[in-house]
Design a binder for this molecule. Structure first.
Ligand code: NAI
Length: 251
């Protein structure tokens, strides 16, 4: 199946985890890639590993929370590939804090990367996406945006805002052919998920109540990548302004 032949897909947070798995999935299906990450070493390594695919790969080291840097990177990558057909905005950070102990600086960091980063990337990618008759935009929220979760209040707030933002984009641009959807990953085994450390003094039994269905708690990044790829493809022609959870099922 080569759903992305002659298509150019922009992925942020591409150097690791879900973004990296998405890059490989798109490459396997013949799509050209524009890759953004702030980790230059890992981005370089990924580009090298993509060399054996018969596709174009361009990349830019960029911090998504920097408005001007994002504009420069996206414009450069889009010009190199001659356009962008789809965006997977995936760059994000997880921070675990007891809310009453969290500083304003820590709050601002989450807002800057997860929320302002989403605005920066979407805003600067939209002019390119809207040049196409049909285009696909997939933002990355989190299962934490729906399921209350201890120590993640600030993170969950950024991820909830990404959902509202994306639904609004749908209504703003669907007449121009934009499909704007979110994925809500949960329990995807990446460095980010592994960094989830339970703060001292918290009752460990609480975590066990979070998945009362007792379904599989963890899945490989490829499970998320396949859903993101679907939402970036023509298979998502009749999907717009909504969210798909990729979390094994929770109540
Ligand atoms: P990861 O940590 O493995 O990968 C995130 C990538 O984003 C890294 O390559 C990192 O260098 C990049 N990045 C971080 N800050 C950046 C910045 N300021 N500018 C540019 N690049 C930046 O994490 P993972 O798990 O692949 O997460 C991807 C997305 O999925 C994130 O938005 C995360 O919040 C979301 N998510 C993941 C879940 C999981 O279970 N792994 C659960 C819920 C949401």
């Amino acid at each position: 199946m080569k759903r992305f032949l002659n298509k150019n897909i922009l992925i942020t947070g591409a150097a690791n985890g879900i973004g990296k798995a998405t890059a490989f999935r798109i490459a396997c299906e013949g799509g050209n890639l524009a890759l953004i990450d702030n980790n230059s070493e890992k981005l370089k390594e990924l580009c090298k590993n993509l060399e054996h695919f018969s596709i174009k790969v361009v990349s830019s080291v960029c911090n998504v929370s920097d408005f001007e840097e994002v504009k420069k990177s996206i414009d450069k990558l889009a010009e190199e590939l001659d356009g962008i057909n789809g965006l997977s905005h995936n760059a994000g950070i997880l921070r675990v804090y007891k809310t009453h102990e969290m500083s304003l600086k820590q709050w601002n960091e989450l807002i800057a990367v997860n929320l302002t980063g989403t605005f920066n990337v979407n805003k600067h990618a939209l002019p390119w996406l809207l040049k196409n008759k049909t285009s696909y935009l997939v933002n990355t929220s989190s299962s934490a945006s729906e399921q209350p979760h201890p120590w993640l209040a600030a993170y969950a707030a950024t991820k909830g805002a990404i959902k509202s933002f994306t639904r609004s984009l749908f209504i703003e641009y669907f007449q121009q052919g934009l499909h704007a959807n979110c994925v809500l990953p949960g329990g995807i085994t990446t460095d980010l998920a592994n960094s989830f450390a339970i703060p001292d003094g918290v009752n460990i039994n609480l975590i066990k109540t979070l998945n009362p269905l007792g379904q599989k708690l963890f899945a490989e990044p490829e499970r998320a990548a396949s859903v993101i790829a679907m939402l970036l493809s023509e298979d998502a022609e009749h999907i717009n302004g909504t969210e798909i959870a990729i979390d094994g099922g929770k109540v």
